[in-house]
Ligand binder design. Structure first.
Ligand SMILES: [Zn+2]
Length: 78
């Protein structure tokens, strides 16, 4: 799995919507890529904040904005 593939699957991973096979690929990527691990932790915390404010489930537009922000951050960081 590449960083781009990881980012594309990240929100579904956090939602628990992926197949077991994809989940294990993501865990392998997180073990080997510290950059994506930081993005994963940041995104998970962001989603937890939304959950705590009972704004979760993420709306499609919010998901898109979140994903765009993550992608932008990755482009700068990579
Ligand atoms: Zn990565």
């Amino acid at each position: 799995m590449t960083c781009t593939e990881f980012l594309a699957e990240l929100t579904d991973y956090l939602d628990g919507k992926l197949t077991a096979e994809l989940e294990s690929e993501i865990r392998i990527h997180l073990d080997t890529c510290s950059h994506c691990l930081v993005i994963y932790n940041t995104t998970r915390k962001t989603i937890e904040i939304y959950r705590n404010n009972e704004l979760y489930e993420l709306s499609p537009s919010l998901r898109d904005r979140l994903q765009a922000a993550i992608m932008a951050k990755c482009k700068k960081g990579c």
